[in-house]
Design a protein around this ligand. Structure first.
Ligand SMILES: *Cc1c(COP(=O)(O)O)cnc(C)c1O
Length: 420
């Protein structure tokens, strides 16, 4: 029997229906507390910024607020959600490689604290708007350190074609953009931002990033007199999806990063004052479960399918990049495996597979399948393909549960349609 926040998965399924996103609020709180406790330094100001795109809704944002964290948004929609949740605008960081003029205006009008500028045309547009509206805003510039990290691999490249940020190698361009920002009254240029990838297991990926970024900051000061007071190191901390994954514990990754920062800072004539990290996935992934009801089972010559009542519409990650997940049949967790199942959804795509192969006890129609670690980039990447309804999202804690996003209805589906 699987429990989520000390509530039986079966009870959640009976109460709210399936498919259902259920978050263990105790785990969410524990993850936030760990970052808060361990991303602390005697010599540097620190801040933990939740990358809301991993899972963004008002209830989640209120939790982030409760833990005194900062918040990343990358669109007007995420910003709107944050403001409606009562999040302090000055604690918001607005990212993105192509913020529209409307989004920038929305940010300035709502007094968003920091805008992370991605490129030269955005810097010019922002400077114009800030001057026109007479607003004040802090700005970081996203640079690309030429380090790319995904899962177990990290590579140091001369990768200059990323759609994000300006390559550090293009020093002249970086300096030109910073000067556009620094010459604008109303803009406070705080420093640099990097984000090297996601689901990163290698400590060296983070320490190399710190070394490169701090050395670059030192060079900007020594050669151009540009002080870099804030270094925002981005997110990418791994979560544990299956037994194959062994993420660096939060305390250890925080301590490693801060030690690298302190060490790198000791070599700078104008030290960095504040360091930020932006975890998304590592806060929400493991707290989340998706509950599905198993329907038909089908044996083909090479596969035994178990079909579930959701699919790529609520979790596109396996189809999109072969992400792997673990799952159990509720109530039969201890039974020995009887077969290898392919867990497939009900959408009209052959690629609509949630788990390619998993050993499970004999499954029957009506069984409750509990898929684990679905808390990040599941609901937030959900789609209406095949007019599937958005599942409900519930939080469970101390044996009780509450709906935070209600299940969509068929009426919701056609609500935007204009009938003549
Ligand atoms: C996606 C993203 C994050 C969070 O990444 P995770 O892998 O979820 O930790 C942080 N910062 C930026 C700029 C991002 O784009």
């Amino acid at each position: 029997m699987t429990k989520i926040g000390h509530v039986e998965a079966r009870t959640l399924a009976e109460t709210y229906g399936t498919p259902l996103f259920a978050y263990d609020e105790e785990v969410l709180r524990q993850k936030m507390q760990e970052y808060r406790d361990h991303f602390q330094s005697d010599s540097l100001k620190t801040g933990v910024v939740y990358a809301s795109k991993a899972f963004c809704c008002m209830a989640m944002i209120r939790l982030i607020r409760e833990y005194d964290m900062y918040l990343d948004v990358v669109s007007g929609g995420e910003l709107y959600t944050a403001l409606k949740a009562g999040f302090e605008p000055e604690r918001i960081f607005f990212h993105g490689n192509n913020k529209t003029p409307q989004e920038l205006r929305m940010a300035l009008e709502n007094k968003v604290g920091t805008i992370v500028v991605d490129n030269e045309s955005e810097a010019r547009l922002l400077a114009e708007m800030v001057s026109e509206y007479g607003s004040n805003v802090h700005v970081l510039l996203r640079v690309n350190p030429g380090i790319e990290a995904h899962t177990h691999k990290y590579i140091v490249t001369a990768h200059v074609d990323s759609k994000f940020g300006i390559a550090m190698m293009n020093e002249e361009e970086v300096v030109r953009v910073i000067n556009i920002l620094r010459n604008c009254e109303g803009i406070v240029f705080d420093g640099l931002h990097v984000h090297i990838g996601s689901q990163i297991f290698a400590k060296e990926a983070f320490t190399s990033t710190v070394e490169k970024l701090f050395a670059f900051a030192g060079h900007l000061y020594d050669a151009y007199g540009i002080p870099v007071r804030t270094a925002d190191l981005g997110g990418g901390f791994a979560a544990r999806y299956t037994d194959k994954d062994a993420p660096i514990p939060t305390a250890e990754v925080c301590e490693t990063i801060l030690a690298a920062c302190t060490e790198a800072n000791s070599r700078l004539s104008c030290p960095v004052e504040r360091v930020l990290i932006e975890p998304g996935r590592s806060i929400v992934a493991e707290a989340g479960y998706t509950l599905y009801t198993i329907g038909a089972l089908k044996q083909t010559p090479n596969k035994l399918y178990a079909f579930v009542d959701g699919g790529m519409s609520d979790n596109i990650r396996p189809a999109l990049y072969q992400a792997e997940y673990d799952a159990v049949i509720d109530g039969r967790e201890e039974e020995p495996a009887a077969a290898n199942y392919t867990i497939a959804g009900k959408c009209c795509e052959s690629g609509d597979i949630l788990i390619e192969s998993i050993a499970l006890p004999k499954a029957q129609p009506g069984d409750l399948l509990v898929m684990k670690t679905t808390g990040a980039y599941g609901y937030s990447m959900a789609s209406h393909y095949n007019r599937m309804l958005m599942p409900a999202v519930v939080f469970a804690q101390d044996g009780t549960s509450r709906t935070v996003i209600r299940r969509e209805t068929y009426d919701d589906l056609i609500a935007l349609e204009v009938t003549l």
